[in-house]
Design a binder for this molecule. Structure first.
Ligand code: HXC
Length: 508
């Protein structure tokens, strides 16, 4: 019996050794952790339960039968993060470059199926040379099996991808279909075709990092959500992030003890809005002063800074925040900010996370570039997302809410549940000067100034909208947290369903 146990332990050791000491040293030499070391950081100590440790590839070509490593380049299983169950796969770059074989894919699919069945998040740690070249089409089939599951899991369980090494070719499409992507600076990259192919086809010379590194994807392309300095920082951030999310669309948002008083008044908010309407202020201040302990996990902080999105908590329960940022492009809605916020609103709605929207928006961004690149269709994404969302929606207009952007930003008319305005709110079809120049075209500058003042006095306040019931209450800025907390309590049992349909047709 003892001998059998020893054999089992030897097999386990062989699997744990991955691609061997030399390749592990290579991995460390690049500043990267191994697949298993990463899971040690990501999961609660001792919580990881591995599956399929002895799975081997089934490739008979190119001398592969002589090169068998148990586990076949991916470590899969489940564990806990702060006590909550998650399913994980972690590609092992030391085994055939973490490349995806038929069996490697089967391992990933097995835990995806389990995560779906039990309703728990899936976290993928990607570090792979792509399709296992020796296996050809069997590997492509494996990818497609994973893709199919990504799609079926979308909106059912949260899916988070951590890109911690190469992720190239068609392999990028699995992370692309997950809900959020974190990347590690300098050691990870994602592209459909690499620098060499780009050079051949378009004659553009570009480095891997410039083409598809963490900075590129979190600033320019918005393919990824957040970039971190190294493996450890990324994995610890993933732990914090998962804490905000419900386990599945069948579960409520997690609740944690909250010591921050729900009715904490923030007097400093009463002077947040500068006297001059064109002067910016930092919307982050309102967000952090509203949330429990100022704890805000911002998503896509480096892309489309004119809108802020992310998660926080009120009375210990997760909320999604969407806020215009007057510090960047005056908080205008443009193509990138509309797309960024629309996907976030849809995620929150899919997982029953209430949405709190802070509005200070001068409208949609004018310009040939915006029009030719489809601001109509992209702006419609945000409008569509807010309009279809059935989760609790609380909106606070702090200053400007002009034109179509007023409608879009979770207005009463898009089934906003509680629509508040600060006394400084200006809800109008457009800014006073622009409005007067249209209505009184050709008048003298003195007359324009006079009419502008008249227009401002009439419309640069929240009371016209409030008199029509479009604003439920004009609230004191210092009481914003208390109002939102009370609102969320009221809305906890909100029930609202959209008409039956196979699915909608959001303007993609
Ligand atoms: C099999 C692979 C592999 C792959 C790497 N290896 N990629 N084995 N299939 N796709 C192996 C190497 O042979 C090597 O084995 C080990 O992994 C480490 O690779 P190195 O090249 O030494 O590492 P590095 O210099 O860091 O370069 C990493 C890399 C490079 C940039 C990822 O390996 C590379 O370009 N690989 C090929 C990438 C590729 O073309 N993949 C197919 C893309 S098409 P030893 O034994 O020496 O340690 C695709 C289609 C998916 O993925 C479609 C889905 C729909």
């Amino acid at each position: 019996m003892l001998e059998i146990l020893e054999k089992l332990e030897a097999r386990r050791e062989a699997a744990r050794a991955g691609g061997g000491e030399k390749r592990v040293a290579g991995q460390h030499g690049r500043g990267k952790l191994t697949a298993r070391e990463r899971l040690d950081v990501l999961l609660d100590p001792g919580s990881f339960e591995e599956l399929d440790m002895y799975v081997e590839h089934n490739c008979v070509d190119f001398g592969m039968p002589d090169q068998v490593v148990p586990g076949d380049g991916v470590v899969t299983g489940s564990g806990t993060i702060n006590g909550r169950l998650v399913f994980v796969f972690s590609q092992d770059f030391t085994v055939f470059g973490g490349s995806l074989s038929e069996r490697h894919a089967q391992k990933i699919c097995k835990i995806m199926d389990m995560a779906m069945k039990v309703g728990a998040p899936l976290i993928g740690l990607n570090d792979s040379g792509g399709a296992r070249i020796q296996e050809g089409v069997a590997s492509l089939a494996g990818y497609a099996e994973v893709f199919q599951r990504n799609v079926l899991a979308s909106g059912v369980i949260p899916q988070l991808s951590l890109i911690m090494g190469p992720c190239a070719g068609g392999a990028v499409y699995s992370p692309a279909m997950t809900d959020f992507i974190f990347m590690v600076k300098d050691s990870s990259y994602m592209f459909v075709t690499g620098p060499d192919v780009v050079k051949t086809v378009t004659n553009e010379v570009v480095t891997q990092e410039e083409l598809g590194g963490a900075v590129t994807h979190t600033t320019k392309s918005s393919v990824a959500d957040v970039a971190f300095e190294n493996d450890i920082e990324t994995l610890l951030a993933a732990r914090d992030f998962i804490d905000f999310l419900p386990a599945s669309n069948r579960e409520e948002v997690p609740e944690r003890e909250c010591t921050d008083p729900w009715d904490r008044a923030e007097q400093s908010l009463d002077t947040l809005i500068p006297p001059n309407a064109n002067q910016p202020y930092d919307m982050h201040e309102l967000i952090s002063k509203t949330l429990d302990d100022g704890d805000f996990f911002e998503v896509q902080p480096a892309h489309a800074g004119n809108i802020i999105i992310g998660f926080g908590r009120i009375e210990g329960r997760t909320v999604g925040i969407v806020a215009n940022q007057p510090m960047v492009l005056a908080g205008v809605l443009d193509i990138n900010s509309s797309k960024k916020a629309a996907r976030f609103v849809r995620f929150c709605d899919a997982f029953d996370i209430p949405i709190v929207t802070f509005v200070d928006v001068p409208g949609f961004l004018p310009g040939v570039g915006q029009e030719h690149n489809g601001i109509i269709k992209h702006g419609a994404k945000l409008l569509f997302a807010y309009a279809e969302a059935t989760v609790p929606k609380i909106t606070v207009i702090t200053r400007k809410a002009y034109g179509g952007a007023y409608d879009v930003m979770a207005s009463k008319h898009l089934r906003g549940d509680l629509n508040y305005a600060w006394p400084t709110a200006e809800i109008a079809v457009m800014g006073a000067k622009g409005a007067v120049e249209i209505i009184f075209r050709g008048r003298t500058p003195e007359e324009i100034a006079e009419k502008t003042k008249e227009y401002e006095d009439r419309f640069a306040n929240p009371f016209v909208a409030a008199s029509k019931g479009f604003i439920d209450e004009v609230i004191m800025p210092h009481s914003t947290r208390r109002r939102i907390a009370l609102g969320l309590r009221k809305l906890r049992n909100k029930q609202l369903e959209n008409p039956w349909k196979k699915h909608d047709n959001i303007p993609l």
